[in-house]
Write a protein that binds this ligand. Sequence first.
Ligand SMILES: [Zn+2]
Length: 409
Amino acid sequence: MGGWVKRMRSRRGAKPEPEPESRSVGRRRFLSAGAGVLAATRLKRTASARPQDELSVRNPSIRTREGESIPRKMETLDRQIWEEELSEFVPTRIFDAHCHIYQADFDLNYRAALARQEDFKTETVWTDCDIDTVRQVESVLMPGRQITRLAFPFPFYRCDFRKSNQFAGREIRKEPGSAALMLVEPSISAHEVEETILKHGLLGLKPYARYCPTRESECRITDFLPEHQIAVADRYGLLIMLHVGMKKSFADPRNVSDMLRLSDRYPRAQWILAHGARSFSPYPIEKAAPAFRGLPNLWYEVSAVCSMESFDVLFSQVDTDRILYGADSGDVAFSRGKIVFYGSRWGDLTPTTNQLGGELTFYLYEQLRAMRRAAIRLGLTSKQIQDIFFTTGDRLVRSVAKSMRDKFL
Ligand SMILES: [Zn+2]
């Protein structure tokens, strides 16, 4: 998750755009999915109650975030990048430590819009995304790769947490070697965390600074991940996938000191810093890497980082057996765009924001290109690359799963 948070925010409450002539795959999926049946029933009921108004009853337009459809094939530019730059670099076996699975029905704003028959633009790339959807796209974008994953729900602003976590737990069982995390927000009690984890076989927590009661840009770790939740993770030796808040991420010394204190106080929790310590520019990782060196329970996951400069710091200052590949699949990875950093900040270049012209390829490819360039420059060995893409993530998740099975289940 990155700068698109800002885009979504700015769109909330914006005037709905007209539905494009050829309806997207997402729209068709919506109509054929459970949520679509629900909407159709509701519309029908309204129609039969007021037959004289039948013509005025309309199907609300449901649009996905960038209005993109699920990629069914590579375009010429994608194929060129994959074949010339990526196919030799990306190993056959992959563990993706950052994957979102969700249904639009878990978004309470969406449900409210349906009830009011209002047009709606989703916060997500597609309306629904289950494991099969992710696998389908992966087979197009990363052909011939065998991929397992760490998955979690999508953090809708107004979210049905219970259903989201239940869905994640159920979906992940379809894929041996994969695991799922629980989406949490600060008001969830320790008891509920514990109960949800055990009930759905989840292996850790996925908190979000966007659920912070204060402003995200000023939100410290324990503001959005209270210590009563961390204590549960510590007791069970669970994973915590941490996407930190605050404007400067770990370039803000308060995040660094909080992380040092928490990793020490809760040593059995396995802390994974999402997006390379939220390093869409190199500045956060430049501060985080030396400060956290040697911490036994701290890891870095690299999804959506498209900056070669960030990977340059990460690969040169962090042991490669502490780095986990992640894609942000099910969210931005498979859509077109790139996170770029400029001046002292970063933002998303997307089909909507691109004023420069020219085609965009997938975020995933931009991330892999940046990883490859940095790996070449620093002379990473094929074993190191294999560790990053598969071994470290797979091993970490298996060790947590084993410990849960042996001690608690
Ligand atoms: Zn994400």
